[in-house]
Each structure stands twice: as structure tokens, then as C-alpha cells.
Design a protein around this ligand. Sequence first.
Ligand SMILES: [Zn+2]
Length: 201
Amino acid sequence: MANLTKDKRFKKDYSKRDIIDYLKGIEKILGRVPSSRELKNFPGPAPSTVTRRFRLWSNALKEAGMRPQTHQLLTGERSFIRMNWREMTDKEIANKLGVTEVVIKYYRMNYNLWKNRKGTSKSTYRKRAFKLYGEKCEICGIEICEWHHIKPKSIDPKDWCILCPLCHAVVTKKLIIINNREDLKSKLMPFIKEAYKAIDF
Ligand SMILES: [Zn+2]
């Protein structure tokens, strides 16, 4: 029996089309996307034949219209979840995307953990801060920078600034106390200029 299967594999030169149909058939039998190892349980092309034809196992699955990973979200799926999680249950979303329900639950937990109390994610504010104040340190102009809250956790852009890690450290280590954006120019800037006076800004 095992010999016969092996023989068949060597005799036939499987085309991409053959392999795609074969994968779809196995999916139907198993009721889920097959793993490459599971292919050995069925007569037909070997896992190595599939990867030889498609270069990657995941490419073969993609071309067969199957999802390579059911425990991980792909690009665009996060926003799909956010747009639909009020109207659809986790189970419905999971079925629609072809992932397990726990992936949706995990994403919700992750999102709730990092969004602030007003219901907007931290990353949205972070993007807004860089858009407003640029992607350079507002003091020294270097393009390695971080988002700083002048007032901790504030969601008011007036309480934000963009600083490089060095200028940021001057503030967080309280060498200079900053209470508002005006203090950036009047207090932090002179301090940094003095500290770096040998360097051209
Ligand atoms: Zn700086």
C-alpha cells in the first residue's frame, strides 16, 4: 500500500492546477486547511513536490484560496475586526476571516489594554503628534525622535511635543522642568544649545 502510493508520486508529474485541486480535496476531507505533514497521509503529490512547484508551502495554500495561518491576523484584518465587532460576534468574525475565535478575543484584549479612556488607540494619538509637530526633535532637529507628554497621559495636543531621546532625557531626568510648549523654546532650547555649543544645529 505504502509502496503503491510512493510509486504513483514518482510516476506523475503534478501541475500547479493538480496540486491546487488536490489541496482543496484534502481540505474538504479534513474540514480545515491541511498542514504539509498531513499530506503524507493521502495518496498524491508529496509535500516536497508542493514546495518544489510553489517554492513555499504557504504560496500553495494562498493560490488554493486557503489561509496559511489561522492563529495570526494578516494586514487589513485588524481594521476589519474594529469595524465589525459591534455588529458581529467574535465567532462570526473568526469564521469570516478564517481564524480561530481566540485570535479575535486576543485582539480585543490587546486593543482595550492600549487604548486610552476616551476610546482612541494610543497609536492614533502618536501618529497625530508626529503629523502635528513633525518627525524631528523640536529642539535639536535630529530625526531620531519620540513622542513626549508634557502633561502625563494628556490627550490634548497642546501637552505633547516631539523630542529626540537625548532632549527627552533632559526633561525626564528633570534637568529642566517643562510645564507647557512655550517652555520648550524658553527653557529647554537654551539649555540644549549651551550643552551642544560645539555642535552645529
Ligand atoms: Zn533633540
